[in-house]
Design a protein around this ligand. Structure first.
Ligand code: NAP
Length: 314
């Protein structure tokens, strides 16, 4: 059986994905091809497509389509562009992705905890000065978004001795980490966190969540790590909070526009670490194996995995 791959990416990246997917799907009698390389009868029959930031026009050209399997965890663009199609949007929920993100959150939390931006500045100035080092247990890390990635990050931080607080929309408790909900819960997390980690999906509710008022509610001198989506933290509010010392430092992996434009003030800002969206890249091998399992279950039993809730937006 031939299945379409629809993704807006450069040719080498597309070839790499198709190779990895075919390695995982060969045992199930499935061959994946770029949509342009699919014969007309296979297009007409395709009930499932594997997608990565797909061009909506490509999916609209598949009349039998019932669901798409995304290779990415974030789905805001698919929700915006495809929600009128009568199909199920399945996002990637890969434990390896969560482990990779947890590693990134730990790494950059330690960067802030160990005062690395300040020591880098001191080195530039040939200035020798030691500063007190709090214990990890004296630092609270707040995690906004306590889903697949947020939970894994929280558990990793806890194992490294940090105090951790989570904030989620409606999901349940965690055995070892206090979890807050709602606006009051958010206020408590903002007021307590020395380091605030954002791992929320971008939805109408989370867009602009970290605005001037909420940043002002944070502990003075706290730091921010945004590994989720740029528009969750308002750029002007963030720059203002940093300039006033309300925030000490921001580690940003995600931006309103990516790549970050060369003239953007973040690049040269002394209190901002700019990362080029690298905190948790999808791993071709583990993601392809998960996708293969989902597709094999669909072909064998007609099971479509749970899809994105279009009303919630994630
Ligand atoms: P997920 O499992 O769906 O978790 C999302 C979490 O956010 C859940 O805990 C959810 O609450 C919470 N949430 C959603 N809307 C909320 C609201 N209005 N108020 C409070 N909490 C809210 O998603 P995930 O797999 O952890 O991924 C999170 C995001 O990370 C993705 O959407 C993507 O944008 C980003 N990401 C970034 C990278 C990178 O490399 N930078 C890589 C992968 C993913 P409930 O638990 O109550 O539903």
């Amino acid at each position: 059986m031939l299945l379409p791959f629809c993704g807006r990416m450069d040719a080498p990246a597309r070839a790499g994905w198709i190779e990895a997917l075919n390695a995982a799907l060969a045992a199930h009698g499935v061959e994946v091809r770029a949509l342009a390389d699919l014969p007309p009868e296979a297009r007409a029959q395709a009930e499932v497509a594997i997608v990565a930031n797909p061009d909506p026009a490509e999916l609209r050209a598949l009349p039998a389509l019932r669901w798409v399997q995304s290779l990415w965890a974030g789905v805001e663009r698919m929700v915006a562009e495809l929600s009128d199609l009568p199909i199920t949007l399945v996002r990637l929920e890969d434990p390896q992705l969560a482990a990779t993100m947890a590693e990134a959150v730990l790494a950059w939390t330690l960067y802030l905890h160990r005062d690395m931006p300040r020591y880098a500045r001191q080195q530039q100035a040939r200035h020798w000065q030691q500063h007190p080092l709090p214990l990890p247990g004296e630092r609270t890390v707040g995690i906004l978004g306590f889903g697949n990635l947020g939970r894994a990050a929280g558990e990793r931080l806890l194992a490294n001795g940090f105090k951790v607080l989570g904030w989620r929309r409606s999901g349940g408790e965690h055995d070892d980490i206090p979890v807050e909900r709602g606006e009051d819960g958010l206020s408590r997390v903002l007021a307590l966190a020395d380091i605030l980690v954002v791992l929320l999906p971008l939805t109408p509710e989370t867009r602009g969540l970290l605005d001037e008022a909420r940043l002002a509610h944070m502990k003075r001198g706290a730091s921010l790590i945004n590994f989720a989506r740029g528009p969750i933290a308002l750029e002007a509010a963030l720059l203002d909070a940093l300039s006033r010392g309300q925030l000490a430092h921001a580690v940003l992996d995600v931006f309103d526009a990516e790549p970050l434009p060369p003239a953007h003030p973040y690049w040269a800002h002394p209190d901002i670490t700019v990362l080029p969206h690298i905190s948790a890249p999808t791993h071709l091998g583990t993601a392809s194996r998960l996708v293969a399992q989902n597709i094999a279950a669909f072909l064998a039993k007609g099971n479509i995995p749970p899809g994105v809730d279009l009303t919630r937006g994630y």
